[in-house]
Design a protein around this ligand. Sequence first.
Ligand code: ACO
Length: 427
Amino acid sequence: MNEAKLILDGKEYLLPVVKGTQDELAIDISKLRDQSGYITLDDGYGNTGSCTSSITFIDGDKGILRYRGYPIEELAEKSTFIETAWTIIWGRLPTKVELQRFSKLLTEHELLHEGLRHHYDGFPTNAPPMAILSAMINSIGGYHQELLGAMSEAEFENTAALLMSKVRTIAAAAYKMSIGRPIMYGVPEYSYVHNFLHMMFSLPNRPYVADPDIVKALNLILILHADHEQNCSTSTVRMVASSGANLFASAAAGVCALWGHLHGGANQAVVEMLEEIRKSKISIKEYVEKVKRKENGIKLMGFGHRVYKNFDPRSKILHDMARKVLQKQEQDDELLDIAQELAEIALNDDYFIQRKLYPNVDFYSGIIMRAIGIPVNMFTVMFAIGRMPGWIANWKEVHDNSKQRICRPRQIYTGEEARHYESIDVR
Ligand code: ACO
């Protein structure tokens, strides 16, 4: 085994080197504090491997993304969201029988418990759907307490299907409540994505007729969001899972982490930024200059990534799909024109070139969702539906690891020295 040598205060420490299946290298420092008294410090974890994982591989320099070894481009072209989800959770492409069994479970679980449905009454109609989603996912545990403890493989399959199925119903119902329309029951014969579109857009007096190309586009969006190794929300799910928390609590925490505008919230922020540019009198070039001057801390939303430093393969696929969907609908979306011009300017500008900032998954996904009719405040919810298989697979990896320790980072304290309590009269 290779070792790294560290010299601290004149003493030598040998640290094991770990190699992944794609030749990624890491120095294992897990014993360093015991041996030397030192910890490592890595603000934002940019250089810290928090686990080993066999789910997703990313090479950020080459723009490679693979789920369980399968290239994202192949899954995007040939697979469906549910087949990809199964693959991510169970580690290989499913057989016909396995896929049918899972689809059947998804259908079985599509209804919400009536008690859970009444939770919506407690939210104001203008509540952000991400707040509703995280609260409702956590509440599922209250209605399925038999799924909170240790479970067999079959029980896990049932729990995973229940969560994936209900998250879709919860999301669509949140939308219906927000617009004051009745919640629609699912249609068992419809596929997962078709059924979601039906629950979102059908009305009791007016069924939604799904265009197969729109179903395909939404499948694609969900596939591209299905996992992305140790991002902020997935790390959160693993962190929560490491304490022994159940799948619903862990996934609800993932939704909370995803909400932020630097993570899943970026898809909403991109469209809001494009709208702002459209409405404002300033040119796209001037907007880019404002970003470069970091005026009020603004960033080019949908640009940049902690891992991708060349291009984000998901963004390329989504750009093509955005053009296709708009063409098919014989629609023009001025926002796509603005996005393309913005990307063109930024990709040729030294500020962005030097910092290796490229369009990420969020840059074009919103344009497609707008064309489908999904409102902007539901964009991050769509991301959460897509990311569910990744969270489930990561939760399972933690849950199945008999050597898993609770995740508990250290810190370097920079606060006050010890001082004495003073009575309130003398403060
Ligand atoms: N626009 C303008 N400048 C940027 C951007 C951006 N989108 N992203 C990074 N930079 C700049 C930073 O200001 C910094 O500049 P400096 O060297 O002058 O200080 C430099 O590029 C390095 O950026 P960091 O913030 O160190 O990059 P980090 O890896 O911490 O952040 C992140 C990555 C959060 C994605 C960042 O690029 C960003 O905020 N992008 C916009 C939000 C976004 O699109 N988020 C979605 C990410 S993908 C996802 O979660 C699904």
